[in-house]
Design a protein around this ligand. Structure first.
Ligand code: AMP
Length: 309
């Protein structure tokens, strides 16, 4: 079982209708690592941070078993910074600011000990860097999942399409699926991505409305747990992806049936993520809590039915 994760490790400033955070630690790869570490020990992390990134955050990930040899710390430079503001529904948001900082000149180095990795999670960051990571692997991985965001569709669509062409599964949210394909129907968008763009599997995330998994003519839907309080949805998509690929890597099973279970674990972890600001809640989850929440998902969609005639 081996999993390589690449993505941003960053500072975020978040505004919701109910509160505002100072600069807190975030980043796609941070959330992915916390989520996937519920299933995989020794995650192989690749990222770049500035000297402002708290050592305590790196130590906490290391204590969790995440390998940080591939995380570069740039003296005298600043970490990636993102700021966003959520709308009243907490399901849609505007990006207020994106400062690439250290990400602008990131040249990812794959440590020798990471080579031969079986599962790869290309978390959200510059598409050209996602491509470099793939190109620098000496052995073709068994399964590659990729996440991205509207930001990259706006400034690097050509590079983005090249990486999408190389991965097994793409995760995007509903508006990104539409932006990528110019199709309003998500079913048509999914068909276009799978038949024309490369990935054989697609996950479309719909925030509080759950997630759809597509493969050939099969579709699986997982709801999101109806929660009384959503505090901060930031990182929910990354947490979902981390839980999903972590589960696949741990079980080493990439059948559609097993992916359904992965989607449920990913959704369960995402439901914890939104309960507190940043990755705080993810750091606290116990195995028992996770299993109980998965059970809530099972109960949520289980019913007996007899067709009347
Ligand atoms: P999510 O809410 O799952 O879409 O992920 C939010 C996280 O993505 C935040 O912690 C940000 O630091 C990070 N992020 C925001 N914009 C970008 C971007 N353009 N590239 C990479 N990571 C980003």
């Amino acid at each position: 079982m081996s999993l390589l994760v690449v993505g941003t490790m960053a500072f975020d400033a978040i505004e919701t209708p109910f509160g505002k955070s100072d600069k807190i630690v975030g980043g796609a790869a941070t959330y992915i690592a916390w989520a996937a570490s519920n299933f995989v020990k020794n995650i192989q992390q690749i990222a770049v941070v500035g000297e402002d990134f708290p050592k305590s955050e790196l130590d906490a990930l290391a204590a969790r078993g995440v390998q940080l040899e591939g995380v570069q710390i740039k003296e005298g430079e600043k970490s990636f910074f993102w700021s966003g503001k959520y709308h009243m529904d907490m399901n849609t948001r505007d990006t207020l600011d994106t400062q690439l900082n250290v990400l602008a000149n990131f040249d990812p180095v794959i440590p020798e000990s990471y080579q031969g990795v079986e599962f790869v999670m290309l978390g959200n960051l510059t598409p050209a860097i996602q491509m470099q990571v793939l190109d620098r692997l000496t052995v073709k991985p068994k399964f590659v999942v990729m996440d991205t965001m509207n930001f990259w569709m706006e400034i690097a669509m050509d590079d983005l399409k090249k990486v999408i062409g190389k991965v097994d599964l793409l995760t995007v949210n509903d508006s990104e699926a539409r932006q990528l394909t110019n199709e309003y129907s998500l079913v048509k968008a999914a068909k276009k991505i799978m038949s024309e763009m490369g990935p054989k599997y697609l996950v479309i995330k719909k925030g509080e409305h759950g997630a759809l998994l597509f493969h050939e003519d099969n579709v699986f839907f997982a709801p999101a747990l109806p929660l009384e309080d959503v505090f901060d949805p930031t990182g929910a998509g990354d947490t979902f992806a981390g839980g999903f690929i972590g589960y696949l890597a741990a079980t080493k099973d990439i059948s559609f049936e097993n992916m359904k279970r992965g989607i449920i674990y990913g959704s369960a972890l995402a439901s914890f993520c939104v309960e507190k600001f940043g990755a705080q809640r993810l750091r606290e989850i116990t195995h028992k809590e996770l299993e109980e929440r998965v059970k809530e998902f099972v109960d949520l969609v289980q019913f007996d039915i007899k067709l009347v005639n």
